[in-house]
Design a protein around this ligand. Structure first.
Ligand code: NAD
Ligand code: GLY
Length: 369
């Protein structure tokens, strides 16, 4: 079985992403390699902890670290200030000082809040990401966005704070529920559609293996996603421009989540709907051909995504998009696909007009039909 290392080159904040199967027992040794010292605080949740904590804990202890375990409740609703406070309490209670470090063991929720705790505790202590969902492996553990939700919106409080290393064990995907796996696939596909046609073609040719969670194929896919995301983050760490390309499908996706009150869809499912419909818009705007759009939609369907856009009233849809965090004063930035493997970033002032295009084209029918 292969092992890949992807470097995120950010001068003194550079780090490696280690990707392979059965890599979890190496966490202690890898922390030593990057010169982490002192006490380790592993932050996880009961779901992931019951599966993988023992391996991580034993490896860290085997490498000579004293380990404190902090377990937070499972769920997006716990990515909040109350949980953050409880983490600070536990870190202080365990006597952690500035020489210590945090290990985030879990999906994007654990990674985001543990990373933000690391960024802020005693004005910043090092942290390590051990992502266990596909979404966290291809997206959230890489690039240093950390944070929590606020009652007024998701991810409104946070910091850019890079980890010291990321360790990905593809075996953890064997226990991931199928819905969560698909959510990660949506983000993986995103890189192919707007940034690298080779990845799109590779995924297209490997759908059966991907559905079967084949580790050789996933090693290729996850490594490619990390390499592509690293290249974007290296050029635009703090989202001054280019990094916004990673929001492909997310502007419509966020509106879908908002209008269904975060109950009906998981984030990745809403993003998948957003991607399919922004692909349709890209065709309507002449940026992609009908054939390319059909390929995108057909691949998403084959992977098992449900792509119907609920028939929201146009006013509510426009309003929900207008509230997207990425909205500037003079419009909403949309990412379109230019064919497959490239993108166009456009500030749209007439959001109503754009969405009306979708309606005229038959918003309620499935894309590609
Ligand atoms: P999640 O962390 O809630 O994990 C999904 C579910 O899977 C949880 O119930 C979790 O306990 C469980 N789980 C995790 N690993 C498992 C495993 N190996 N086996 C079985 N169950 C497992 O969700 P997510 O999709 O990983 O992350 C979503 C979060 O990531 C959101 O809060 C989102 O805002 C954030 N995010 C951050 C970035 C970033 O750049 N920082 C990017 C994208 C998303
Ligand atoms: N997931 C978007 C980003 O990391 O910028």
């Amino acid at each position: 079985m292969g092992l890949d290392v992807v470097r995120v080159g950010l001068a003194e904040r550079s780090y490696d992403i280690h990707i392979g199967t059965g890599t979890l027992p190496r966490i202690g040794e890898l922390c030593r390699e990057v010169s982490l010292k002192g006490q380790a605080a592993v932050i996880t949740n009961p779901t992931v902890g019951s599966l993988y904590l023992q391996t991580v804990q034993e490896s860290l202890q085997g490498a000579g670290y004293q380990v404190t375990v902090i377990t937070i409740p499972d769920g997006e609703e716990y990515k909040c200030s109350a949980t953050l406070e409880s983490i600070y309490d536990d870190l202080l209670g365990a006597g952690l000082h500035r020489g210590a470090f945090i290990v985030a063991l879990g999906g994007g929720v654990v990674g985001d809040i543990a990373g933000y705790a690391a960024a802020t505790f005693l004005r910043g202590i090092p942290f390590v990401q051990v992502p266990t969902t596909l979404l966290a492996q291809v997206d959230s553990s890489v690039g240093g966005k950390t944070g929590i939700n606020h009652p007024r919106g998701k991810n409104l409080i946070g910091a850019f704070y890079q980890p010291r290393l990321v360790l990905i064990d593809l075996l953890t995907l064997d226990t991931l529920p199928r819905r969560e796996y698909l959510c990660g696939l949506a983000e993986a596909l995103k890189y192919g559609i707007v940034l690298e046609r080779e990845l799109f073609d590779y995924i297209s040719a490997a759908t059966d293996a991907i559905t079967a969670v084949d580790k050789d194929v996933l090693l290729h896919v996850v490594s490619a996603c990390c390499r592509i995301k690293a290249a974007v983050v290296e050029r635009d760490e703090r989202e001054g421009g280019l990094r916004a390309v990673l929001n492909y499908g997310h502007t419509i996706g966020h509106a879908v989540e908002t209008l269904t009150e975060y109950r009906r869809y998981k984030h990745g499912e809403a993003v998948a709907i957003g991607m399919a419909h922004i692909a349709r818009l890209s065709r309507l705007l002449g940026l992609a051909s009908g054939e390319e759009t059909d390929r995108i939609v057909a691949l998403m369907k084959k992977l098992g995504f449900e792509l119907n856009l609920p028939a929201f009233p146009l006013d509510a849809f426009v309003e929900a998009i207008g509230h997207d965090k990425k909205k500037g004063d003079d419009g909403v930035t949309f990412i379109f696909n230019r064919g497959i493997g490239d993108f166009a970033m456009e500030k749209v002032t007439d959001v109503r007009g754009l969405l009306a295009e979708l309606e005229r084209d038959g918003a309620s029918r499935e894309p590609g039909e």
